[in-house]
Write a protein that binds this ligand. Structure first.
Ligand code: UDP
Ligand code: MG
Length: 315
């Protein structure tokens, strides 16, 4: 078995050598083959130089260097793409996640899970700006995805490679991978992990990330439920809007015929026109989305299903 550790790195020069030492000591004790994939997300400090110095001496350390800052999710996604291990463990490079937890993740995966998510029960971050927003966000994500993970935001997670490779990550979406995998038949488990305060360097995020996470959540939810049939979503809304528009129009006409209300003395004609236009637009959007969906699947040879195994087929 081989393990791939994936580290997104943005301005962590002081943390890298300490983390490297901790990782090597834990991984050697486990007596498994491993690689450490460090993705330098265009750091402005000395991080790249520090990584290169380590990589020259240790061939298990592989470095991917981004041309420009692309964000933690992108860095993680690149690391996962190039990982060759059977197990992939991404973690923060700022020493907040603890390499000493790696054996616990491996143990849990070996029980037969596809993903093991870390839970920072004793999180060492600011209460008002980070911990409370995170509690609310996690509660919302659990409600909307229906997957009961406590701490979606914890970057330290472990994946079986077969289950994660091929999953495309955008925006802040790395945190939704457990939910995504659960929807596609993956078995998800959770373990409590150690969390340490940041000593060197500064956090790259503030409260605004919570909102970005929630926007991404809507996208993930939409894509998972309606990706294959966008017309059912847009068309459904369009029907409702069109129906209400026709109803409002008819009501206005009846009121006029019965001499109860003139067209100009009720807002109904305006509503009617608006709702009918919106309804037609939504239906048209549904058709466009259907076309996009076909381009998406067919251009990449993707299928709207995932096969776990086949028996007696010649490949
Ligand atoms: N990171 C990155 N690119 C970015 C921002 C952050 O690769 O644009 C890395 C960062 O170096 C760290 C991890 O993502 O290893 C988490 O970042 P941070 O510790 O700032 O987040 P927090 O722990 O405060 O949520
Ligand atoms: Mg951190």
């Amino acid at each position: 078995m081989k393990i791939s550790i994936v580290l997104p790195i943005y301005n962590e020069a002081e943390n890298i050598p300490i983390l490297y030492k901790e990782l090597v000591s834990v991984l050697n004790r486990e007596k498994v083959a491993y690689e450490i994939i460090a993705v330098n997300d265009a750091s402005e400090d000395n991080s790249l130089k520090v990584l290169k110095d380590i990589a020259i001496k240790d061939k298990n350390v592989k470095v991917i260097n981004f041309r420009f800052n692309s964000g933690q999710t992108a860095a993680m996604s690149a690391g996962i793409k190039y990982a060759t291990g059977d197990v992939i463990i991404p973690m923060d490079a700022d020493l907040q996640n603890d390499p000493a937890d790696i054996p616990k993740f491996l143990f849990k995966l070996a029980e037969g899970h596809d993903v093991v998510s870390g839970w920072r029960l004793n999180r060492q971050d600011k209460v008002i700006m980070r911990k409370i927003p995170s509690k609310v966000a996690n509660w919302l994500i659990r409600g909307i995805t229906g997957v009961k993970v406590h701490d979606y935001g914890c970057s330290m997670k472990a994946y079986k490679r077969d289950s994660i490779q091929g999953v495309q990550l955008y925006g802040e979406m790395h945190r939704f991978i457990p939910a995504y995998l659960a929807w596609h038949g993956g078995r998800v488990a959770e373990i409590v992990v150690n969390h340490r305060p940041r000593v060197h360097g500064v956090t790259k995020y503030g409260i605004s990330r919570t909102f970005k996470v929630l926007l991404d959540l809507i996208v993930v939810k939409f894509l998972s439920r309606y990706m294959n049939r966008p017309m059912h979503f847009f068309g459904g809304l369009g029907f409702v809007s069109l129906g209400l528009g026709v109803l409002a129009g008819l009501t206005a006409i009846i009121l006029k015929i019965l001499h109860l209300r003139d067209f100009v003395s009720t807002p109904l004609p305006v509503f009617s026109a608006l709702l009918i236009i919106v309804g037609v637009q939504l239906a048209a959007m549904g058709v466009i989305a259907e076309m996009l969906m076909r381009v998406y699947y067919e251009s990449q040879d993707k299928a709207p299903y995932r096969i776990a195994e086949t028996i007696n087929f010649q490949v």
